[in-house]
Design a protein around this ligand. Structure first.
Ligand code: GAP
Length: 444
């Protein structure tokens, strides 16, 4: 499969099966903004819930928050985003397109006569680079001229830092401890693209772990290993995952060390999660800009210090794209081509398809009852349209891990067949044991 071709097929399947639609499509679409359809929203919710559970419920040293998207404008001065969250931008005076100055498609030096526009191909029309702030601005208050400029947050992390004291005091946690959050972030990216990979509105799942200075390197290593393992446990192909360590000139303004977790997409290796040692930069800056003390008094040693922060920052949309791309397989089954999404059952949008083998002899009634019973515990899809082979294929393409079929034997001995999406094996299971059978295989 040629790589560009695979991506086209995934984008088309995503639309056809209700994973991802272009935003405002009936109006021609809004650039690089996407909506999740019925199956996509389930996939993304399952990923977010799994992350939340691993951070908040399975540990006792991390608390959750849900901070507002709009924050005091000074937050972004303190964080360094007003001054530094910029990309170098060049304009083409001929075709009016905009590019990042480091776009590899640009030949020559922007601002010089030799520079060639990657879109219209003319020479000498690219402006010299100027810095472009990626934060979206809006106005708070009814009269635009007098209203305060506020920003749509470009990362969720700051909502955690400004609540650090509130959480510390209300939860009775002690350093080391963490705060986690899932929420929307916005960046006016100059060159978004590759489907949902880089968008202007996206969701982040971020966890900030507060540690004693000096313990930071140990915690950084611990989180780095834990986050990679989490993706492997999610069933992502291990050979398509790797770390990329930031070199000195790649490090963000706040970071002492950083590793990306990268996935091998059809369009190359790219980051989808970052683990950063942010030192005391964030709390130090907020302390300075707000005038509020944000240091920590260690009850064991009576020492005061501003905690260091180890951050794990994962894009929910990018993870959903990794899950979709990694699950996508084309293969031949019994001489027929099939497209299958091999999701880990825990994240599959629909857990089981329920089918009467034929639409007679009371089979639809029994299958409807089974579907209603399963629905109390998991999303299922009832389908009695077309041949059983075609119904299996439709669920394969949706990523449904199990197919439950009611046949002639069901009416005699109250057993159904359960077909496994990946092995294609069929197992006979008693109707009364079906829920337990599936639950044990869903990996919740
Ligand atoms: N708080 C640190 C931070 O935001 P980042 O590396 O800029 O770090 C972290 O972003 C993650 O957020 C990325 O690894 C990616 O998964 C996601 N992300 C960032 N920009 C994105 C965009 N424009 N579209 C989709 N996801 C994005």
């Amino acid at each position: 499969m040629a790589n560009a071709n695979v991506m086209d097929k995934i984008v088309s399947l995503a639309k056809r099966r209700g994973y991802v639609f272009q935003s405002s499509e009936i109006y021609g679409g809004l650039g690089s903004v996407w909506d999740y359809g019925p199956l996509g929203v389930e996939l993304k919710r399952n990923l977010k819930e799994r992350w939340w559970r691993s951070m908040i419920y399975e540990r006792d040293d991390i608390e959750g928050v849900d901070a507002a998207i709009l924050m005091h404008p000074k937050v972004w001065e303190a964080s360094g985003h007003v001054a530094g969250f910029t990309d170098p931008l060049v304009d083409c005076k001929q075709c009016k397109n905009r590019f990042r100055a480091d776009d590899p498609r640009i030949k020559g030096t922007p601002g010089e006569p030799d520079a060639q526009c990657p879109t219209c191909g003319t020479k000498g029309n690219l402006t010299a680079p100027r810095m472009f702030n990626l934060m979206f601005k809006t106005f708070m208050g009814p009269v635009e001229e007098q209203a305060a400029v506020v920003y749509l947050r470009p990362e969720t992390a700051q909502g955690i830092y400004v609540n650090y004291l509130n959480v510390l005091q209300s939860s009775r946690q002690k350093v080391p401890f963490g705060i986690a959050q899932i929420g929307k972030a916005f960046r006016n990216e100059i060159t978004p693209g590759n489907f949902t990979f880089r968008t202007r509105e996206f969701e982040q799942m971020e966890m900030q772990f507060f540690v004693k200075p000096g313990d930071d390197e140990r915690w950084f290593e611990e989180w780095r290993a834990a986050r990679m393992q989490w993706h492997v446990d999610l069933g992502i192909t291990a050979a398509k995952l790797r770390f990329h360590q930031h070199t000195a000139d790649e490090l963000a303004h706040y970071a002492k060390a950083a590793f990306d977790i990268e996935y091998e997409f059809p369009f190359g290796w790219h980051e989808f999660e970052g683990i950063h040692n942010r030192t005391d930069f964030d709390l130090g800056r907020h302390q300075q800009h707000s005038g509020k003390k944000l240091d920590y008094l260690d009850p064991a040693t009576n020492e005061r210090f501003v905690p260091y922060i180890i951050e794990t920052s994962l894009g929910a949309d990018r993870l959903a794209l990794v899950a979709l791309v990694d699950a996508y397989h084309e293969e031949e089954v019994e001489g027929e081509p099939r497209v299958v999404l091999r999701f880990h059952p825990a994240i599959a949008p629909i857990k089981a398809g329920v089918f009467p083998l034929v639409k007679k002899d009371g089979m639809p009634e029994v299958a409807t009852r089974i579907a209603a019973d399963l629905r109390r515990e998991m999303p299922v899809f009832y389908d009695d349209g077309g041949s059983i082979g075609r119904r299996y294929r439709r669920q394969d393409e949706a990523g449904t891990p199990f197919g439950v079929t009611v046949d002639g034997q069901t009416l005699e001995d109250q057993t159904v067949t359960v077909r496994d999406r990946d092995t294609l094996q069929q197992t006979r299971v008693g109707v009364d044991k079906l829920r337990t059978f599936l639950r044990e295989r869903l990996g919740w």
